[in-house]
Design a protein around this ligand. Structure first.
Ligand SMILES: [Zn+2]
Length: 280
């Protein structure tokens, strides 16, 4: 798929699993278990899905997944499987070397979004993309450095400390057009300072759903994660964003949905829901 100056490609960087109850908040299991399969530990299957944007002068990644710096214990808790999905190897299939990546847009600094930013070289943690600028929002950066108890376990300094030390972090302070045809929309309900890239050429528009729309099932307003720090704010953000996306016949890209890469929207008497699936 092409939008404006960009060729878009989706790349799965891991599979993992999270508690189904936590993924769907107040929605009863009798309902959410129809939307997704569940294992005997109540976990649902998820993926981390990176979006690669290639233009004449940039090669941009949006989020980098869980990475592979995991202990056996953590891999078991989250059922993390990365061996079949190493990001540098996937990029090589697109003819891209890690040194070619010019920019990494980090929606937020939770480990399942930025784990691939760094990698182990022997015992040492090093940047995976040594020439890339890694874009994050200041509000999220401040929270990551001083997380509160609720999502402390999701902010791991191993995913950004070495980037800061090497001058590879770019701290943003607002919503803005970052590059030609790529703007950042800020949302705060999941965690403060989450930035969702919106790619548009005026005719075709795609929003990277991040953790506002992790799965296709999260489009209806009450389907909000218990992981969110401010769930009512997430609902208000969906209420603000969805009508505009519907009006533009835009696509939402799902970072965590194992079955659906992206979809369009439709209006029903129950509100705006996910419609036609789109392959990217
Ligand atoms: Zn998150």
């Amino acid at each position: 798929m092409n939008i404006g100056p960009y060729k878009l490609s989706s790349i799965i960087t891991s599979t993992f699993a999270l508690d189904g109850g936590a993924m769907f908040g107040v929605i009863p299991k009798t309902m959410w278990s129809k939307a997704t399969e569940v294992d005997d530990l109540n976990r649902i299957k998820m993926v981390t899905r990176t979006l690669l944007l290639e233009s004449a002068d940039r090669k941009i990644l949006i989020d980098t997944g869980n990475g592979d710096k995991w202990s056996a214990k953590m891999k078991e808790i989250f059922k993390i499987e990365t061996a079949a999905y190493i990001l540098p190897a996937s990029l090589a299939l697109h003819g891209i070397d890690v040194e070619d990546i010019t920019d990494v847009i980090c929606t937020h600094l939770h480990f399942d979004h930025v784990g691939g930013n760094t990698r182990l070289a022997g015992d040492e943690i090093v940047p995976t993309f040594p020439r890339a600028r890694h874009w994050i929002q200041e509000e999220n950066w401040n929270l990551a450095k001083h997380p509160h108890a609720k999502d402390r376990a999701s902010y791991l300094a191993e995913n950004w400390k070495v980037l800061a030390e090497n001058g590879l972090l770019e701290i943003l302070r607002s919503e803005r057009e970052l590059f030609d045809g790529l703007r950042l929309e800020l949302v705060h309900g999941h965690t403060a300072g989450q930035q969702l890239p919106v790619i548009s050429d005026g005719t075709n528009t795609l929003m990277y759903g991040g953790d506002l729309f992790p799965l296709k099932a999260h489009i209806p307003l009450p389907w909000v994660m218990a992981y969110d720090n401010e769930p009512l704010r997430s609902i208000a953000e969906k209420q603000r964003i969805l009508p505009g996306l519907l009006e533009q016949d835009a696509i939402i890209f799902f970072e965590h949905d194992p079955h659906t890469i992206a979809c369009k929207l439709s209006a029903t008497e129950k509100g705006i829901v996910g419609a036609e699936n789109i392959d990217i």
